[in-house]
Design a protein around this ligand. Structure first.
Ligand code: FE2
Length: 377
């Protein structure tokens, strides 16, 4: 079996029991939220947005919300051991806890998903302050990761009740042109991809729009399989990876070993000008995977004409791929923790709605060189 495109049509709104308006925020559980927030501000160009902690009446944690255009990250750390946040960090290191989704009705989102078999993480809760009311609910997904449903149509505040606006007039790094979450990829265990595909289909009403088997995604040494799940309206996309047998260890297996379980492998961040964005990110210390410069020798033969000059793409290591609707430019960071776990993808879409299949081989060979250097291949 090769790549299959199952269905790229979106569901009619009347049939969509879980209408999603997009990603509301991504929450990371980290060992030191103050420093992590500084990293995302200084290196990635986010701005301070809101803070919650003992000063705002939250006793067990400190959370920093940072924002860049429609992209919001929350960095949360526990203030004491022996709780869900501390345990998560002990097990997984720094990583994604919540892929939070904006919904018109968080109560209905919870009811519709739990009645279809989702395990509840948080019953619908009304959070209020002087700026209005926000409704939050949540369900579990793979590993210790959760989806929170956020209904904020009656809330005017900076972020959410429990937080206070946070600014630092002396530290406002320029943004890097990152706009919104394009997709978030989950790594799951051996033989677990199809059960999670079924979960997203049955519990959340998603469709499997693309499948890659181990023939598509393999190098001489290592392999993985992937299926891309898309929400009914197409606004939210979650590819699911599982390892596949190869001569050496799959990159997904390395992730599972070091994350100590299933979790979010990468978050893809969209930009309208990838050359400018990656130039900024590199100059601020973000490290990216490099493909050999021979990748560019026959690039235009493979992908056809593109608007961008080849020289900066080659210099920055930006990858290009084309599908039947257009092309895309993408680049992958190295892991942003000491464990080889979560990384980021920077992506600019010029019509293409796919995920860069033409780059998989070059990319995975680059990942293998990193795995080899870590002694994990
Ligand atoms: Fe991706």
């Amino acid at each position: 079996m090769k790549t299959t495109i199952t269905n790229d049509k979106t569901l009619s709104p009347a049939l969509d029991f879980l209408p999603l308006e997009g990603t509301d925020y991504v929450e990371f559980y980290v060992g030191n939220a103050k420093q992590a927030a500084h990293f995302y501000m200084s290196a990635f160009g986010f701005q301070a947005l809101a803070y919650a902690g003992p000063e705002t009446g939250v006793k067990d944690r400190a959370s920093y919300a940072v924002r860049q255009h429609a992209l919001t990250f929350v960095l949360t750390t526990p203030l004491k051991p022996g709780n869900e946040i501390a345990d998560h960090i002990h097990q997984h290191g720094d990583g994604v806890k919540a892929l939070s989704l904006r919904v018109p009705d968080a109560t209905r989102a919870w009811e519709e998903t739990t009645k279809r078999g989702a395990k509840s993480y948080r019953e619908p809760t009304r959070l209020k302050d002087n700026e209005g009311e926000l409704v939050m609910s949540g369900i579990h997904t793979y590993g210790d990761t959760v989806h929170l449903f956020i209904e904020r149509k009656n809330y005017r505040g900076a972020f959410m009740p429990g937080y206070r606006p946070w600014t630092n007039p002396n530290f406002r790094p320029a943004d890097t042109g990152l706009l919104y979450v394009d997709h978030c990829v989950g790594n799951v265990g051996w033989n677990q991809m199809n059960p999670w595909v079924k979960f997203y289909e049955e519990v959340m009403g998603f469709k499997n729009i693309l499948s890659f088997d181990d023939e598509d995604i393999s190098t001489e040494y290592s392999a993985l399989m992937s299926k891309v799940m898309s929400s009914g309206n197409g606004f939210v996309k979650f590819p699911i990876n599982e390892p596949a047998e190869g001569k050496k260890k799959s990159q997904v297996e390395e992730y599972l070993d070091f994350y100590n379980g299933e979790g979010c492998q990468h978050v893809a961040l969209a930009t309208n000008d990838i050359v400018k964005t990656v130039t900024e990110l590199q100059s601020r210390g973000v490290e990216f995977l490099k493909v050999p410069t021979t990748y560019y020798d026959d690039l235009l033969d493979r992908v056809g004409p593109i608007d961008e000059d080849l020289a900066p793409l080659r210099e920055l290591g930006i990858l290009v791929d084309r599908d039947h609707e257009g092309y895309l430019l993408q680049l992958f960071s190295k892991p942003v923790e000491d464990r080889p776990t979560l990384f980021f993808e920077i992506i600019q879409r010029k019509g293409a709605k796919s995920f860069g299949k033409g780059n998989f081989k070059a990319l995975f060979e680059a990942i293998e060189r990193e795995q080899e250097a870590r002694g994990n291949l």
